[in-house]
Each structure stands twice: as structure tokens, then as C-alpha cells.
Design a protein around this ligand. Structure first.
Ligand SMILES: NC(=O)c1ccc[n+]([C@@H]2O[C@H](COP(=O)([O-])OP(=O)(O)OC[C@H]3O[C@@H](n4cnc5c(N)ncnc54)[C@H](OP(=O)(O)O)[C@@H]3O)[C@@H](O)[C@H]2O)c1
Length: 340
């Protein structure tokens, strides 16, 4: 597996991280342990979780796996978690970016993970009631206390990212941003990617397969069924079947993805991952899997780099179509300067 330093920091990460949102939910503990071993044996080092995944069970499952490893494997792992949403035992009114909530969330995460610090602690999303300086103050103190090595953001918009970068300067190492980013969600490129790049933050894209869509398993002519995310709940999340399947562009992207995959002798999932892996600003792509077989297949993307022609085809099919202003042609022209 390849490695990069994350954002403007010295933290080395493998360019594919293992997401653990399915642990304790779609994947039981034994399967989750098997997938972590499989991932680390393939050279991966980043385990990515959150206090809210499976009500805290994801972190506990990781903690038990980490505790069972020998020191060389354990020391290799970069542990990343997130806090901010109402986790178990937290009143919704208390959830958010306040010192009180984040302190308690972090302490509970450390307890479940069975460690005295995590390498990366990410604020799961901005929250409007807490002054951003308060959240920044918590992150600064957590770094000083040795409970977190680095801080990161997730789901922050462009202005929120830029504000937090300014607040962090000289106080604590803010190194990453975790947004949704994939071939079906490229609006992330309007503000979030440039704000992260300008602020020296490495991107950790979530839902690289758009919740399973980019594996090619969902069809236009039949509603999903069986043990798949949308088979179990067609209305689940941002990837809901009617919402994503209702867009012509979704099917256009899948068609081009299939063509590129066939030309490469790769799976559609591998090509979608490789496309994202080489986007500007990306640090580590967060893999999401339910089974060891899916993980094995997706790890086949390791070492796969698309040609310029393949990338251009996918870029064209997946380009979002913003209105003229501010992200469309008129807005872009206003902000452009040419020297010739
Ligand atoms: N910061 C945030 O707000 C946020 C939000 C979401 C996720 N995340 C992080 O990002 C990680 C990945 O997100 P995600 O799970 O949405 O990623 P994803 O890669 O877009 O979707 C993963 C799902 O797609 C299906 N899948 C994966 N590989 C497949 C294959 N080869 N063939 C067929 N189906 C396949 C599986 O679901 P089924 O088999 O069940 O269909 C799997 O659980 C999470 O684990 C979490 O760490 C963060």
C-alpha cells in the first residue's frame, strides 16, 4: 500500500483507510476483527471510527482487536475517531461542539478503544450554537493533555473550514478534513476541497463508493433487495435509492465507470476508488465494507492508477452542473485571471 503524509503534517497514513461504520451493525465482531487483520496485513494503517457508530460498539470492537495484537501490529495502527453527535447517554441538547460534550465524548471513546490517546480526533460536523473558538480551545487542550495527536474536521463547509484553520494556527495541529466525496458527489469540489487545500488539510473522503452505488450493484429496472445497504432500507441516508436513482447522471456515471472497468479488467468499485485516490488533496480514502470478500475486492484498487484518458472520461460524466452563479460559468469567469 502507498503512504502519504496527511495535509501539512508529518503524520504518515496509508492511502486507503479502513472505515468501521459497519462494525457491530452489518458486520459482527468476529467478521470485523477478521477485516481489520486483513486490512493491516495488506499494509493499511488507518482505522477510522466514531463514537456514534453502532452506539459505541464499533469503538469497543476495535479496542478489543487492538488489545489482542502484538506490539508491532498495534504500533503500526493510526487510530482515528470522531465526536460531536449525541452518543449513548448524551442528551441531544448537550451534543455538539461544546467543551463539555467533546471532553466527555473523547473520554468515552478512549475508554471504549482501550487507549490513552488517539492519533486523530475529528469534529464530526460543525454546529451552529457553539462558538468555533470554544471547539478550537477544546482541541488545543486535548492535544496538550496528550489525549489526541492531531485534530481534524468532518463535514465542515468551506467558510467553516477556513475559520477553523485560522483559529488553529499556532495553537494545535489541525491536519485533515473528512467530507463525502465520490464520483456521484463532486459538489465537495466547489468549496470544501479548495478550503482544505488552502488550509493544509489532507482529505479523508467518506463514502467513496457512494454507499455501494459505484460497485454497480444497484439497477435502474429493479429495486434493491437482500443483504445490501439499500436492500435493507431503500430510503437510507444520502444514498437513498429513489433520490440517487432518480438522477439520469447517476446512470450515466455508472455506464462510463463500467466501460473504464472493463477496459482495465478491474471492478467498477476498484476504478471508482482509484479515481478518488488520485484527486488533488486526497490523503487517505476511507473504505467501507460489510464483508471480508468486499474488502478483498476493494483492496484490489491498491496500486491501480488511471490514465489521463480514463480520468477525463470519468471527470466529464460526473461533473456537477451548477447554476451560472456562484459556482457555474459566470461566477468562475469573475474569479479568473489569465496572463496571456
Ligand atoms: N464523517 C462522516 O459523516 C461519515 C459518514 C459516513 C461514513 N463515514 C466513514 O466512511 C466510511 C466509508 O463510508 P461508506 O460505508 O458509506 O463507504 P462506501 O464505500 O461508499 O459504501 C460502503 C458499502 O458499500 C457496499 N460495498 C462495498 N464494497 C462493495 C463491493 N465491492 N461490492 C458491492 N458492494 C460493496 C457495502 O454495503 P452493503 O453490502 O451493505 O450494500 C459497504 O458497506 C465509514 O465506515 C466511516 O468510517 C464517515
Amino acid at each position: 500500500m502507498e503512504h502519504r503524509t496527511l495535509g501539512r503534517s508529518g503524520l504518515a497514513v496509508s492511502t486507503y483507510a479502513l472505515g468501521t461504520m459497519t462494525f457491530g451493525a452489518e458486520a459482527d465482531e468476529a467478521t470485523s476483527h477478521r477485516m481489520m487483520s486483513q486490512y493491516v496485513d495488506a499494509g493499511g494503517v488507518v482505522l477510522e471510527t466514531a463514537d456514534v457508530y453502532a452506539g459505541g460498539l464499533s469503538e469497543s470492537i476495535i479496542g478489543r482487536w487492538v488489545a489482542a495484537q502484538g506490539s508491532s501490529r498495534r504500533d503500526r495502527v493510526v487510530l482515528a475517531t470522531k465526536g460531536r453527535f449525541p452518543s449513548r447517554g448524551v442528551e441531544p441538547r448537550d451534543a455538539g461542539g461544546s467543551r463539555r460534550n467533546l471532553r466527555r465524548s473523547l473520554d468515552r471513546s478512549l475508554e471504549r478503544l482501550g487507549v490513552d490517546h488517539v492519533d486523530l480526533y475529528q469534529v464530526h460536523a460543525h454546529e451552529a450554537l457553539t462558538p468555533m473558538d470554544e471547539t478550537a480551545g477544546f482541541l488545543e487542550d486535548a492535544v496538550r493533555a496528550g489525549k489526541i495527536g492531531y485534530a481534524g474536521l468532518s463535514n465542515y463547509t468551506g467558510w467553516q473550514t477556513a475559520t477553523m484553520v485560522a483559529l488553529a494556527a499556532g495553537r494545535f495541529p489541525l491536519v485533515s478534513h473528512q467530507p463525502q466525496y465520490n464520483l456521484l458527489v463532486r459538489e465537495t469540489e466547489y468549496e470544501i476541497v479548495p478550503a482544505a487545500q488552502a488550509g493544509g488539510l489532507g482529505l479523508l473522503p467518506w463514502s467513496p463508493l457512494a454507499g455501494g452505488w459505484l460497485s454497480g450493484k444497484y439497477r435502474r429496472d429493479s429495486r434493491p433487495e437482500g443483504a445490501t445497504r439499500l436492500g435493507e432500507d431503500p430510503q437510507r441516508g444520502m444514498e437513498a435509492y429513489d433520490k440517487r436513482g432518480g438522477s439520469e447522471q447517476t446512470w450515466d456515471v455508472l455506464e462510463v465507470l463500467q466501460q473504464v472497468a472493463e477496459g482495465r479488467g478491474a471492478t467498477m468499485a476498484q476504478v471508482a476508488l482509484a479515481w478518488l485516490h488520485d484527486r488533488p488533496g486526497v490523503g487517505s480514502v476511507i473504505l467501507g465494507v460489510r464483508t471480508p470478500e468486499q474488502l478483498e475486492g476493494n483492496l484490489g484498487a491498491v496500486g491501480l492508477h488511471l490514465t489521463d484518458v480514463e480520468t477525463a472520461k470519468l471527470d466529464e460524466a460526473s461533473a456537477p452542473s451548477p447554476a451560472d452563479y456562484p459556482y457555474g460559468p459566470a461566477g468562475v469567469a469573475q474569479r479568473t485571471r489569465t496572463l496571456d
